[in-house]
Write a protein that binds this ligand. Structure first.
Ligand SMILES: Nc1ncnc2c1ncn2[C@@H]1O[C@H](COP(=O)(O)O)[C@@H](O)[C@H]1OP(=O)(O)O
Ligand SMILES: [Mg+2]
Ligand SMILES: [Mg+2]
Ligand SMILES: [Mg+2]
Length: 355
């Protein structure tokens, strides 16, 4: 059966847009309700609430699909204070358009149902069937410090990403605003900010302004043509523990790039290069044993490729989303326009080989 994924894209865009209404409320409230996970990374009431709203929307339209999501509810089952803060947000966050809200199936019944919904994201992933990957807040540290973050949703079918959506509340709406070194810091969702990226395999990538109700009109996006690699803008993580900034600096030097990197949190990096606001995204392994999570890359990988880019790991292999909840077969990420990707990859390989 040929499949155009029109309904999947529509629901994914609306679900992400609704979830960002919740994360924006959390950001503007003083008590951000932060907890610490087993791996010491932060999680907020925004992460749990956004995950609940997204899964609830997917369950309404696609009850048979599997879901891989970052968060789980066990910490909330033991913490009534945190749980009721989240429920308060979830039950009062709605799109202000009746038809859009109806497409998502409306709200969640009660607090107990919310916990069960959060726990529906425990699929092991894999190479068979329809599996959604959700990162309710990617870049939680960026979110907390007023930098970039993204609400991320991807649909994989038989291990291949077919639909990708990124909601970036703190990126400018205008695709033509080039990244500068301030793009990742002190950002807010004030007027002129908030963009939804979308892509369907074989159909290109788009951006549109975020709204509080129905979807706004979209525009196709494309990676920028790089005439001269020495003038390229590259982005990388803010957190030095997520990507080696030393290796990135050596790679930039090898390519003749003098401009400082743009450091920003989250998959906003993928969205930014896909729309031509920057050129390259380098993610260079710091620890040999870290496995990237599929929810940190699924949507961005498709959006960049549909905008005319190539995305590989540091060895030049495509990211393999078919092996479970992590990218166990890949190390790092190199994303670049098609015409220069191999040149960038050569520089990456030679710097990493020399270590
Ligand atoms: N050692 C690591 N290497 C690479 N990525 C990591 C590492 N530890 C955590 N991450 C993940 O990187 C993502 C953020 O990437 P970026 O730095 O590009 O914003 C987060 O989802 C974060 O996971 P977590 O959600 O558990 O914090
Ligand atoms: Mg993440
Ligand atoms: Mg997250
Ligand atoms: Mg996290």
């Amino acid at each position: 059966m040929s499949h155009h994924y029109a309904q999947e894209l529509q629901i994914a865009l609306l679900a992400v847009q609704r979830a960002t209404l919740l994360t924006k409320r959390v950001f503007h409230e003083k008590a951000k309700g932060t907890a610490s996970k087993d791996d010491k990374s932060p999680v907020t009431i925004g992460d749990f609430g956004a995950q609940a709203l997204i899964i609830s929307a997917l369950r309404h339209s696609f009850p048979g699909d599997e879901i891989v999501a970052e968060e789980e509810a066990s910490a909330l089952r033991e913490n009534e204070g945190l749980r009721s803060q989240i429920w308060e947000l979830v039950k009062t966050t709605k799109l202000n358009d009746t038809s859009a809200e109806e497409q998502l199936g409306g709200g969640i019944k009660d607090e107990a149902a919310m916990l069960d919904i959060i726990d529906e994201g425990k699929s092991k992933g894999g190479a068979k069937g329809r599996i959604w990957a959700i990162d309710p807040i990617d870049g939680t540290k960026g979110f907390l410090r007023g930098g970039q973050y993204a609400v991320c949703l991807g649909l994989m079918v038989d291990g291949d990403v077919k639909v990708g959506v990124l909601g970036c509340p703190n990126l400018p709406v205008d695709d033509s605003v080039s990244l500068d070194t301030k793009a990742g810091v002190d950002q807010s969702d004030e007027e002129g900010k908030g963009v939804l990226f979308g892509a369907v395999q074989g159909q290109g990538a788009t951006s549109r302004p975020m709204s509080t109700g129905r979807l706004q009109g979209s525009k196709p996006i494309h990676m920028k043509r790089v005439e001269d690699i020495t003038q390229a803008t590259f982005c990388e993580s803010v957190e030095a523990g997520h990507s080696s900034q030393d290796d990135a600096a050596k790679i930039a030097q090898k390519l003749g790039i003098a401009k400082p990197s743009v450091r920003m949190d989250s998959q906003a990096k993928y969205g930014s290069i896909a729309r031509g606001a920057g050129d390259l995204y380098l993610r260079l392994p710091v620890r040999k044993d870290y496995q990237e999570k599929i929810w940190d890359h699924a949507a961005g990988d498709l959006i960049v490729r549909e905008a005319g880019g190539v995305v590989t790991d540091v060895e030049g292999s495509r990211l393999d989303f078919s092996v479970g909840r992590t990218l166990a077969e890949n190390k790092g990420v190199i994303a670049a326009p098609k015409a220069v990707h191999s040149q960038v990859l050569d520089a990456v390989k030679s710097v990493l080989a020399a270590k």
